[in-house]
Design a protein around this ligand. Structure first.
Ligand SMILES: [Zn+2]
Length: 161
């Protein structure tokens, strides 16, 4: 028997002012686009904005439904749009933020398990890591260099061959 360890490094910034210009711009867009979320049930408005390898910007927001499981997260709305509008173009970075009338938006949130799986699949199919820039409307910012770090022991297409 031997023990193994999974760990990864990520960057922590005190606030948006410590980011470089491109990342700060992308995060500002993500913070702003939370206004487009349709979240009457959770009142948790999420915005995700991607910068693509071709320079294009694509945004997504969470879209809820009275039939709760029909709702879809901002990250998967975003990835579906990217894949449709710019097929096979790698995503360089995605900034993710949130807003709510009920809870403070002062710390980073990270993608749910289902979105982690989708992000990993997009990285794999485009053979390019996706940097994640995570932050609330104010406060600390986490930068994670690949979505793969968020899903150790992932189930992938390798298992289906
Ligand atoms: Zn999700």
């Amino acid at each position: 028997m031997k023990e193994e360890k999974f760990e990864f490094q990520y960057e922590v910034y005190n606030d948006i002012s410590e980011l470089d210009e491109k990342d700060a711009w992308l995060l500002t867009e993500a913070r702003s686009v939370t206004e487009q979320a349709y979240a009457p049930y959770s009142n948790f408005h999420v915005g995700a904005v991607a910068m693509l390898e071709n320079g294009e910007i694509v945004a997504g927001t969470n879209q809820e439904n009275a039939s709760y499981p029909v709702g879809i997260c901002a990250e998967r709305v975003l990835l579906g749009s990217v894949a449709t509008i710019h097929p096979n173009v790698p995503v360089i970075s995605i900034a993710i933020s949130y807003s709510s009338d009920e809870v403070k938006s002062d710390h980073p949130i990270s993608p749910c398990g289902m979105c982690r799986q989708s992000l990993l699949e997009y990285e794999t199919r485009t053979k390019h890591p996706i940097r994640l820039i995570l932050s609330g409307q104010v406060g600390k910012v986490y930068v994670i260099n690949t979505a793969k770090f968020l899903l150790p022991f992932a189930f992938t297409s390798d298992e289906l061959i």
